[in-house]
Design a protein around this ligand. Structure first.
Ligand SMILES: *[C@@H]1O[C@H](CO)[C@@H](O)[C@H](O)[C@H]1NC(C)=O
Ligand SMILES: *[C@@H]1O[C@H](CO)[C@@H](O)[C@H](O)[C@H]1NC(C)=O
Ligand SMILES: *[C@@H]1O[C@H](CO)[C@@H](O)[C@H](O)[C@H]1NC(C)=O
Ligand SMILES: *[C@@H]1O[C@H](CO)[C@@H](O)[C@H](O)[C@H]1NC(C)=O
Ligand SMILES: CC(=O)N[C@H]1CO[C@H](CO)[C@@H](O)[C@@H]1O
Length: 316
């Protein structure tokens, strides 16, 4: 009688395992980090901001958004970390060393790594400045070099590791081909992590797998990477611009451009669905959602069509 019993026990075990690994969080909430408004434009009502395209991008793939405000205590961020399911570090123009954006990024980055080691999967995605911030958090030094990449859409030059990566393994072949051939990925950065800097920095090399590169004609730089061991992702370019930003003629809005953008949003939100953090109640979550804020039209003076402006938390 032993073998059948053992079989049963095993079966039971396998079923439980399968159940626990397929439990998905279908109500993911993603934090988007706000950043300081440039002092020249700062007013009491607009101390920090989030461009609305990042919010729409995350929402398009089925997540809700909570703005992560500046200037809160470490305890407040810890409690938020334990309630939300992922963090997006958007593009922008603040310091990756000394800004509030840098401070809060570091708190969440450290918490995400610590959590992962305990089996708690908390994804972080960095776009443009967010990508550069990740490079600084991992390398502990500024390795950026100047590149001529201010207003240009480019195809991704995929590395051999892209196809098997977590990020791209479920992308349809036609989307990969469009990304590789068409000018779909919008670059708005004056600084980059060159392949040379990456190849000569052990911290970066051990941590990130390079998935695509680009060049400004002189310097080959990293355009997409994912961490080997952690759910940490970075793009030096802007997937959220294709469907949601219209102020510059080089933004790509083709069917392929918009479709590609969605696959990146979908990938990140799916990562967040693997995280089971939650608020103590639905009401507690609702209090903090971006829905309480109204974006302002800025398409006539800024590169963003709409921006969410926030007061300093001290003003609340
Ligand atoms: C920068 O790149 C653009 C093309 O994207 C080119 O027209 C321009 O001449 C370049 N500038 C420099 C300083 O290389
Ligand atoms: C793509 O990357 C490879 C490997 O780094 C490089 O040799 C090649 O020149 C790049 N191609 C383009 C179009 O940037
Ligand atoms: C990735 O896979 C596609 C489709 O199977 C193939 O066409 C492409 O060459 C592969 N790319 C690389 C860099 O291996
Ligand atoms: C992509 O843009 C460059 C200029 O930035 C242009 O030379 C090239 O022909 C474009 N490629 C495609 C496929 O449109
Ligand atoms: C927690 C934190 O960073 N608090 C700071 C918020 O901003 C005020 C004024 O800028 C500082 O005095 C606090 O230390």
């Amino acid at each position: 009688m032993r073998p059948p019993l053992l079989c049963l026990t095993l079966l039971c075990f396998i079923t439980l395992q399968t159940l626990s690994t397929t439990t998905a969080n279908d109500t993911p909430i993603i934090g988007i980090l706000s950043q300081e408004v440039n002092p020249r434009h700062r007013t009491p009502n607009s101390v920090s901001y989030i461009a609305a395209s990042y919010v729409k991008y995350v929402e398009s793939a089925g997540a809700r958004v909570i703005p992560v405000m500046m200037n809160q205590t470490e305890e407040e961020y810890k409690s938020l970390f334990n309630s939300i399911n992922g963090l997006l570090l958007p593009g922008g123009g603040v310091s990756i060393v000394s800004s509030s954006y840098a401070r809060v990024s570091k708190i969440f980055y450290d918490l995400a790594i610590e959590a992962y080691k305990k089996g708690d999967y908390f994804p972080i995605w960095g776009t443009c400045l967010g990508f550069e911030q990740l490079s600084y958090l991992t390398a502990h030094e500024v390795l950026l070099v100047k590149t001529n990449t201010s207003r240009v859409s480019l195809p991704l030059n995929f590395t051999n590791e892209a196809n098997g990566s977590r990020m791209f393994k479920d992308f349809p072949v036609d989307v990969m081909q469009a990304l590789a051939k068409e000018n779909l990925t919008e670059n708005s950065h004056r600084w980059s992590i060159s392949m040379e800097a990456y190849n000569t920095n052990d911290n970066l090399k051990k941590f990130y797998k390079v998935l695509s590169t680009n060049t400004d004609g002189k310097i080959e730089f990293i355009s997409t990477w994912e961490a080997y061991d952690y759910p940490i992702y970075g793009v030096q370019w802007h997937p959220e611009k294709n469907p949601f930003e219209w102020t510059r003629p080089h933004y790509a809005h083709s069917s392929n451009a918009v479709k590609a953008s969605f696959y990146f949003a979908n990938f990140f939100v799916n990562e967040a669905r693997k995280n089971l953090h939650s608020f103590e109640s639905e009401e507690a979550a609702r209090k903090l959602l971006i829905y309480h804020h109204c974006p302002t039209y800025t398409g006539d003076k800024r590169s963003f069509e709409q921006i969410y402006f926030f007061k300093d938390v001290n003003f609340y």
